[in-house]
Design a protein around this ligand. Sequence first.
Ligand code: SF4
Ligand code: SF4
Length: 487
Amino acid sequence: MVFVPSRYNFVVQGDGPSAALFNAFSGGLMILEGRDAGELGAVLLQPGLKFAGDEFSPDLLARLRAGGYLVPESRDEVAEIRERFWRARGEAPVVITVTTTMDCNLACYYCYEERSASRLKTGEIDKLVTLALESVAASRRPALHIDWYGGEPLLNLEFIEKASMALQAACASKGIAFVSSIISNGSLWPDDVESFIARHRVRQVQISFDGLKAHHDKRRRYRRLHRPTGGSAQPSSFDRAVALVDRLVTCVRVDLRFNVDRENLEDLLPFLDFARSRHWFDADFPAVFQPARLAAYSQSSSFMRPLELTIAEFDDARAQVRKNTGGIAAVEESEVPDGFPYPKTTVCAALADHSAVLGADGSIYRCGLQVGEQGRAVGNLHDNSPSRRKGASVLNSKDGEWWQSFDPTQQPTCSSCSFLPICWGGCPKKHLEQDQHSLREQGRYWRSNLPRLIAQAAGFASGPRDTEFSEAVQFRISTDSVDEPRC
Ligand code: SF4
Ligand code: SF4
């Protein structure tokens, strides 16, 4: 049999004469030892080379084959990634994101959402239950996850209370497991926090911070309409969020999302110390720290560009966070939530065949970041035809068909990229909008971070701090043919 190196091999040099060989398709990691390690690594980075197999010892050949580093010449790795991708779309759990209201009590300067008075009404609960049950039935997985979303979802507490009970009752009658999660600014919760979590089977809460008190309160002011009575005697939005997290960590996982940009970067590490001093990371339910780079999500938020950190600056900030936590706190990196660049086997909710995002006006979207965006809805809760009502399968907008057929293995750049198995094209919304700026950042992320992740997994003492993979490695092309950034 004739073998060729997988096009998804990557090699990182260790401190001594060793090298780590990583395969992004299989997730395999192998340490090459000895004087020939570098030479073997270089050979395995050339997908066109052919081997009869007898060039390697039987033991080495078996290991190279088992890890997917050497593959039969006839094997079509891209086709296999495509199969994996479509299986993930079909098998994804059902998540219905419910925008209870587009209104918010805070006025964050970067908020991309149009604030409006639209809110879901209790009279629409039956339709929500129907949408959820239809989605679960279509998925053939007896589980439903409701993600309460806004605006600030707790501004429509009455809807959450009643809809949650109706959904739970419907699920119980059909043997469907029910869980929920909430994305909130943490300033409007009911007094019975612990029983609220239990009553609504909340298994995860995301609370957003914009820094320590001074920055947070300045950037997250109460809007005039929603200003608490009692003036300055009332707790600020920071104080309220902190008091809430103190209680949440006793009963549920909390994701501390820290929105960072040029203005509040100085608070990033002090905020970690603050969280540690309040025992959020060693509580009954240890909180997870999620630094998030504030970036323009759409044309309407392009005003944010001057304050955006570059990817390199953000990576640097995250590196400092990792160093600073010293293993005490879980720090989540959205691209590699498990800390190792596993080949992807799941898709985001926007690509999940049976998930949907319900807007506060009854519109149905594929991605939560599209809520309220004119012309991006793919269905409507009030449509009487199940197939059209369910955002996952409607074809009543030009976007509907795009979402149904999106496949990174068919994108010209992604299909020729060696990060494909661990990236799957990144955020599909950026492809939909042809946001070349963000797509190039995705490639940049992997080129500068994958060496570190491989070195860390290989146990190399000092990661290749200044090493980056080149575009030539990313696209397996000669250095001469890289004329302009592809991704
Ligand atoms: S790094 Fe860029 S080209 Fe590669 S798969 Fe991701 S988005 Fe596509
Ligand atoms: S399309 Fe992008 S922003 Fe929307 S859910 Fe998927 S990854 Fe997230």
